[in-house]
Design a protein around this ligand. Structure first.
Ligand code: PEP
Ligand code: MN
Length: 347
């Protein structure tokens, strides 16, 4: 922390701040400038409450210097990215940019199998599908629960694609973890800290979506809950945020990609489906995301979007996915990455 004193602060006020810093078991370094005095606080102040100093007489403002997220911060791994292998050769954080594709929800045994075959044939690298659906409306389809997980497991058995599926409550984490290769935490649960901790306490990687009104700092601090609970395999997923803009379902903030690459070692996945809400916008934003340097994509695909039970409007068809995979490969090459359809990661 840096404490900036007011220009008219007295020597006694400076001394009082120094005393408060010492009481916090931190060290002080007073720098007297020509116009004002600043005090550098030395030591790990992340667990200290800076507002104590902010309220002291003569203090103008207190600035945090250390990132409040210790384990997620890039420095923690000396700038090295974390590689996260969700199975089936699908690795996030390396040279290859994997694509997770599949329907919004698992609708029935046959449909998820047809979708899985299409995902595989298009060359995407993992299968998504919600068995537990977090719906805005309580009367809307809530998913098939454990039966849906079994359907996903059957699709994995046939295609070899690892499965990514959402978990809604801490009490269901163990069960979902038994079936899934990667657990998804959705935007509506992004600050459900008990769920984050529970996902931190199980062995499978986590695809952790940004809250729709979360700042980057809040997102990384929340990711820290999963890391601090013991699970190092956290993949961040930007899925769009709420803004005044209404031509899209959400505003897909692609500038988080380079910013997160700067701040954290965790892989970053972009979801252009929830990020736009319109299938026609998905291919462009998927290509833009790879151009921006993302480590993976999560895309909703449905063989019959007009009859999809959830999120049909933003689901691309297998034909569009197949064409897109070829384009993604070319964009990836332009930014020294790979997005090879059907390929296991070369990291
Ligand atoms: C989903 O992936 O289908 C989903 C519900 O996503 P989000 O949490 O981003 O809305
Ligand atoms: Mn969806």
């Amino acid at each position: 922390m840096i404490v900036v004193m007011r220009p008219d602060a007295t020597k006694q006020e400076v001394q009082h701040v120094v005393k408060l810093i010492k009481e916090m078991e931190l060290k002080d370094h007073v720098i007297e400038g020509t116009d004002l005095t600043v005090i550098a606080v030395i030591g790990d102040d992340r667990k200290k409450d800076g507002s104590v100093l902010e309220g002291a007489p003569g203090v103008d403002r207190v600035m945090k210097v250390l990132a409040p997220y210790k384990m997620a911060a890039k420095e923690t791994r000396s700038g090295k990215k974390t590689l996260i292998d969700i199975g089936g050769g699908c690795v996030f954080g390396g040279k290859q940019v994997p694509v997770i594709a599949g329907p919004c929800s698992v609708e029935d045994e046959e449909k998820i199998m047809v979708a899985a075959r299409a995902v595989k044939a298009a060359g995407a690298h993992a299968l998504r599908g919600g068995a537990f659906k977090p719906r805005t409306n309580p009367y809307a389809f809530q998913g098939h629960g454990e039966d849906g997980l079994k359907m996903l497991a059957a699709a994995r058995a046939e295609t070899g694609l690892p499965i990514v599926t959402e978990v809604l409550t801490p009490s269901e984490v163990e069960m979902v973890s038994e079936y899934a290769d990667c657990l998804q935490i959705g935007t509506r649960n992004s600050q459900n800290y008990k769920l984050l901790e529970a996902c931190g306490n199980q062995p499978k990687p986590v695809l952790y979506k940004r809250g729709m009104s979360m700042t980057l700092d809040e997102w990384l601090q929340a990711a820290e809950y999963i890391l601090a609970a013991g699970n190092p395999n956290v993949i961040l997923c930007e899925r769009g945020i709420r803004t005044f803009e209404d031509h899209t379902r959400n505003t897909l903030s692609l500038s988080v990609v380079p910013e997160l690459q700067f701040r954290t070692h965790l892989p970053i996945v972009i979801d252009p489906s929830h990020g736009t809400g319109h299938a026609r916008l998905v291919p462009s934003m998927a290509k833009a995301a790879i151009a921006a340097g993302c480590d993976g994509l999560a895309i909703e695909m449905h063989q019959d979007p007009q009859h999809a039970m959830t999120d049909g409007a933003q689901s691309i068809t297998p034909e569009v996915l197949t064409e897109l995979m070829g384009q993604l490969q070319r964009v990836a090459e332009a930014v020294d990455k790979e997005c090879i359809p059907g390929a296991a990661a070369a990291v």
